[in-house]
Design a protein around this ligand. Structure first.
Ligand code: GBH
Length: 478
């Protein structure tokens, strides 16, 4: 049970890690500095029509030059940890499919300085090795459809872990391979923008392989490193719990959850997913012995959660509903789901159009604890976009975000009370930033960015979160 605070509110465990999260392409800018070469997101964002308003990450929030100010903000808020990502094209700018190429010391130096600044501020960094900025040269050779990308990734991962250890104790191999595979190669709303379901399934396997190879390689080179894997798991359910919807639930659970969890945690692919997708691919890219390579249980599983996934069987008798959280979707990310619909949800939604239901976070954490007892868990992303405005008094009064955060932190506490070993929470995001195909039109930060001046302004939610953190995890009622 969770200790009560003085006001009778609820409290997190004393050693709980409180952080925020960001990703390199979304905040750094400086895309042509420090020896960096293009990633697939440079190419994609510079392709007309791919990103809202033609926005790119060229400047982003200029974190590459302003990181000391951003670390100072985290220190002021009292955060104890920070999840950041490393841009692969800064580390090995000349990587090709068959060779990693020389290590770019200037790229490593940037991250060493950032890490030193964090450590000096008393903030423990957790580094994501791949948050979607694949070197373009690898995509030109097939990207995640080619297993050599996984091999090169493992080599790059060791370079980073050796350079940043022991100051960085935690390395998260991949962020949300679901997005990399299906949004990158099936729906095409993310880089590299391909629309080929068979390619997406090859990407699924090679991303799983990348996790396994990198985990083995880091553990050999840096035995003390703690390895994580971050998945955007779906809390998938039907509205009515009608058995007619069970097949829709099973398919979405298979494609979003089990096709990543099962090989990594248990060394096998789910039979039903292989069968459902047999007309799309024969999965012959899985080579003998691959599942042993993929089967590398991380030290901690990162769960990213934003919104529930509600599905329904669609029998063709009425127009199909596809609640589309990615307004620009032109092809489906859902393979072999022709009879699945995603009904519009009643109630509150965020600015992304995503329905709000914090119960899913409890459900997912408790499910992971039930199915994989002993596996440490962290919430590596949770947060919301709202239409924030800079008020006349100079503040940003984002009560809607505070409500969202309070509800979701309560959901994390519910999971802890049910025994789930949740070790930390990383709020997405520290700063407003480049929200992928939505460009700068969506603001997820607890710190507001003026994109003309790059001035940072704490939103009310930042002060609220700081109070929770500084109180040692007391969750207020308001
Ligand atoms: C995360 O992605 C990312 O890790 C982070 O970089 C990003 O900025 C943040 O969240 C906010 O978006 O309607 O079928 O397309 C989350 C991406 C959100 C992907 C919800 C799928 C809707 C499913 N996911 N989403 S669909």
């Amino acid at each position: 049970s969770t200790p009560q605070d003085d006001e009778g509110g609820r409290r997190f465990p004393p050693d709980f890690a409180w952080g925020s999260a960001t990703a390199s392409y979304q905040i750094e800018g400086a895309v042509a500095e420090g020896g960096r070469t293009p990633s697939i997101w440079d190419t994609f964002s510079h392709t007309p029509g791919k990103v809202q308003d033609g926005d790119t990450g060229d400047v982003a929030v200029d974190h590459y030059h302003r990181f000391r100010e951003d670390v100072a903000i985290m220190r002021e808020l009292g955060l104890t940890t920070y999840r950041m990502s490393v841009a692969w094209p800064r580390i090995t700018p000349d990587v090709g499919p068959d060779a990693l190429g020389p290590v770019n010391e200037e790229g490593l130096a940037f991250y060493r300085e950032l890490v030193a600044e964090l450590v000096a501020a008393g903030i423990e960094p957790a580094v994501t090795l791949y948050h979607w900025d694949l070197p373009q040269a690898l995509e030109d050779a097939g990207g995640w459809t080619d297993r050599r990308t996984a091999e090169r990734f493992a080599e790059y991962a060791v370079v980073v872990a050796q350079a940043l250890s022991p100051e960085v104790p935690t390395y998260i191999t991949l962020n949300e391979p679901w997005c990399s595979a299906y949004l990158g190669y099936a729906s095409g709303v993310h880089a590299p923008g391909r629309q080929d379901p068979a390619a997406a399934l090859a990407a699924v396997h090679h991303l799983n392989l990348a996790h396994g190879l990198a985990t083995t390689a880091i553990r050999a080179a840096v035995p003390d490193a703690r390895i994580g894997l971050t998945l955007n798991l779906a809390w998938v359910h039907s509205e009515a719990g009608d058995p007619a919807d069970d097949d829709a639930v099973r398919r979405v659970d298979g494609l979003q959850n089990r096709v990543f969890l099962d090989p990594v945690l248990e060394g096998r692919y789910p039979d039903d997913v292989l069968a459902d997708t047999a007309a799309v691919t024969d999965w012959s890219f899985i080579q003998d012995g691959d599942l042993d390579l993929v089967h590398q249980v991380p030290d901690v599983l990162g769960v990213n959660y934003y919104s529930p996934t509600v599905v329904r069987h669609w029998d063709g008798s009425r127009p199909r509903q596809i609640a589309d959280g990615h307004g620009l979707t032109v092809a489906t990310p859902w393979i072999a789901c022709d009879e699945v619909e995603f009904p519009e949800q009643p109630g509150l939604h965020t600015e992304m159009g995503w329905p709000i239901d914090a119960r899913g976070l409890t459900e997912l954490l408790v499910r992971m604890h039930r199915e994989h007892p002993g596996l440490d868990l962290m919430v590596t992303e949770n947060g919301a976009a709202f239409p924030d405005v800079l008020a006349d008094d100079g503040g940003v009064h984002d009560q809607d975000r505070i409500d969202y955060l309070r509800d979701h932190l309560g959901a994390v506490l519910d999971a802890i009370e049910q025994g789930a070993p949740v070790r930390g929470y990383f709020l997405w995001s520290l700063l407003d930033n480049f929200e992928w195909s939505f460009g700068y039109s969506k603001r997820f930060g607890i710190v507001h960015i003026d994109y003309d001046t790059q001035v940072r302004t704490l939103k009310d939610s930042a002060r609220w979160y700081s109070q929770v953190v500084r109180s040692g995890g007391a969750l207020p009622h308001q």
